[in-house]
Design a protein around this ligand. Structure first.
Ligand code: MG
Length: 359
């Protein structure tokens, strides 16, 4: 079986409410949809989220990378030579991790379909169900408290709270949310690089003093400030999760070696797909570093791929795959079932996710 054609399209899905972080406000998902076709009629699907502020990848850049160097490198390549395909994909051009991720997951979709198994089984896993957190966008404290209560009412037991715009008041926001939702809800805090190292230490110590019982703090300082991240990690009890500073297996290796963070957040748009993410999982397993599976603002194709990886690897202990839960429409069929906080894996071969309008 050979790769015959790689095409891109636009995947638009409206959000229930605007997604707000310290970095941006977004009203709808506008992602790149990828179809990889073979000479035996199988079609693999992929999705890339243009998140320029984090990955540097814009919509036209992703399309250009896929239609240009990636399509040229892969067309005509046999699917059976999967290692060779991955070498061709990752060797086609530098960086461009979102474009590579979309094509990588379409190739894994094809490979698992050709073997007649769901992707997570191919990746070695047997988790049947994942529990995701849900993002509480950065707003006034009053709105964030009511959004948190609404999420708990909807069945979510893990909240990921976006802060980072106001280090002096962020701990109070967390404390008010903790008081409102009670002791049983797990709280994760994500300042999205919004604090300086010293602000971060001060804020996290205050969060600890207030007894907020936070599971982790994600990427408190700027992505390029690895020394600053280690400064924070060394000075607080709360586990620190590396996100925007970790793209590649080399980044993961450096963070683990220097103990700059306690946990790693794997996102396919940062790693360039599953093939590279598996290398990070192997490093994390070796050094007993827990991982989270995260996503950008992505719909069910790429979040589905992330769910397969999370279900496939034991070292991925935390799941932050709320993309579909934030969407106001669901134009997909098949694949992992997203129902509030629960993600249930199915026996559909490959990713399993199909987009009816394009079939
Ligand atoms: Mg994050």
């Amino acid at each position: 079986m050979k790769i015959t054609k790689i095409t891109t399209d636009t995947l638009s899905v409206p959000l229930k409410k605007p997604f707000k972080t310290a970095l941006r406000t977004v009203h709808a998902i506008e992602n790149v949809l990828v179809r990889v076709e073979t000479d035996e009629g199988l079609i693999g699907l992929g999705e890339a989220a243009p998140t320029a502020l984090i990955t540097g990848d814009t919509f036209p850049a992703i399309e250009g990378a896929i239609r240009g160097p990636i399509a040229a490198a892969l067309t005509g390549h046999p699917l059976d030579d999967f290692d060779g395909l991955m070498a061709a994909l990752h060797g086609a051009l530098l960086k461009n991790t979102s474009a590579k991720a979309a094509v990588d997951m379409a190739l894994y979709d094809l490979r698992a379909q050709s073997l007649g198994v769901p992707l997570y089984k191919l990746l070695g896993g047997n988790k049947q169900r994942l529990d995701t957190d849900i993002t509480i966008s950065l707003n006034s404290t009053e709105t964030m408290v009511s959004d948190s209560l609404e999420a708990v009412e909807a069945g979510f037991r893990i909240l990921k709270i976006k802060v980072g715009r106001d280090p002096a008041n962020d701990p109070q926001t967390i404390a008010e949310i903790r008081q409102a939702v009670g002791a049983d809800v797990i709280l994760r805090v994500d300042p999205n690089q919004g604090w300086t190292p010293k602000e971060a230490v001060r804020a996290i110590l205050l969060i600890e003093d207030k007894g907020c019982d936070v599971e982790l703090v994600e990427q408190p300082v700027h992505a390029l400030d690895i020394n600053g991240l280690r400064f924070v990690t060394e000075r607080v009890q709360t586990p620190i999760l590396a996100d925007e500073c970790m793209f590649s297996p080399q980044d993961a290796e450096e963070i683990i070696r220097t103990r700059a963070a306690d946990y790693l957040n794997i996102k396919l748009m940062k790693t360039g797909g599953i093939y590279q993410a598996l290398k990070i999982c192997a490093l994390a397993e070796t050094h007993r570093v827990q991982c989270m599976m995260g996503c950008m603002l992505e719909a069910k194709i790429s979040v589905g791929a992330a769910a397969h990886l999370a279900a496939g690897k034991g070292i991925i202990r935390m799941v932050d795959l709320d993309g579909p839960a934030l969407c106001a429409a669901d134009p997909f069929t098949g694949g992992p079932v997203f129902n509030g906080p629960g993600i249930t894996m199915t026996g559909d071969p490959g990713l399993g996710v199909r987009l009816q309008a394009f079939e």
